[in-house]
Design a protein. Structure first.
Length: 243
């Protein structure tokens, strides 16, 4: 975060620009459908949207609104004074004023500032990306697979479940045969940098690209036991100088 200021990191951090990057490396067929990239929250109501879709800021990580019919009808969007959250809402409960207030708070926030100092995000234009909702046949939110790629090789796989409920994270070594195709995709996407985490989804009929981040949790997520810090770092040879 302190030393690597290559433009490719800005591209990877940008939720909209990384779509073109991913399409050029692995093919557009792995991308979720895009319904629009907005500069004003009010533009959402001009789109021809299906009943299910997601909205996320392009200039940060860890914030998303998922709109889908299987969301609990009583759920409401969070207040704009606590905007950087993951939330799901039923289409009938998508209040226009609440959405625009929350999305405006996203657009007004510089994600790259603060204690994390995630440099690349500060160069990403603040916009809203509206994409396909990824759900199973029963409407369930799919597991989120996160591939830690060091120097073009996947070393660990993190699996997140319960994104909008009880949230768990588990780590695995990349020997899980069912994930072979996903690991190959992650390694292709990570070939241009010394470290990146590639997020993918495994639906019933396809693999879908999620996002890429060079700064998982801003580098501040603790490991238990703490010795895993060294274990993860053992695969990373940090260049003396980035070019």
């Amino acid at each position: 975060m302190l030393r690597d200021h290559r433009p490719v990191l800005v591209t990877m951090a940008d939720k909209a620009a990384v779509r073109d990057y991913a399409a050029s490396v692995i093919g557009a067929e792995f991308l979720p459908q895009s319904y629009g990239v907005l500069t004003d929250p009010a533009q959402l109501w001009t789109l021809d949207l299906p009943a299910s879709f997601v909205v996320k800021p392009t200039h940060g990580s860890g914030a998303v609104i998922a709109v889908h019919p299987d969301a609990p009808p009583e759920r409401r969007l969070p207040q704009p004074d606590h905007p950087w959250v993951c939330a799901e809402v039923h289409p009938s409960a998508l209040d226009r004023s609440a959405f625009e207030a929350l999305a405006s708070a996203w657009l007004g926030r510089l994600h790259g500032s603060g204690p994390n100092h995630e440099w690349a995000y500060s160069f990403v234009p603040p916009r809203l990306l509206v994409e396909e909702f990824l759900g199973g046949a029963d409407g369930a939110i799919p597991h989120d697979y996160k591939f830690f790629v060091f120097h073009g090789r996947c070393r660990y796989v993190q699996v997140d479940t319960g994104r909008f409920g009880p949230h768990t994270q588990d780590f695995f070594l990349p020997t899980w045969e069912r994930l072979t195709d996903m690991i190959a995709i992650a390694e292709r996407l990570g070939r241009d940098t010394d470290f990146v985490r590639v997020d993918l989804y495994a639906l019933d009929d396809r693999i879908v690209f999620g996002e890429m981040t060079n700064y998982p949790a801003g580098g501040n997520s603790p490991f238990f036991p703490a010795s895993f810090n060294a274990e993860f770092g053992s695969h990373w040879t940090v260049p003396a100088r980035y070019r």
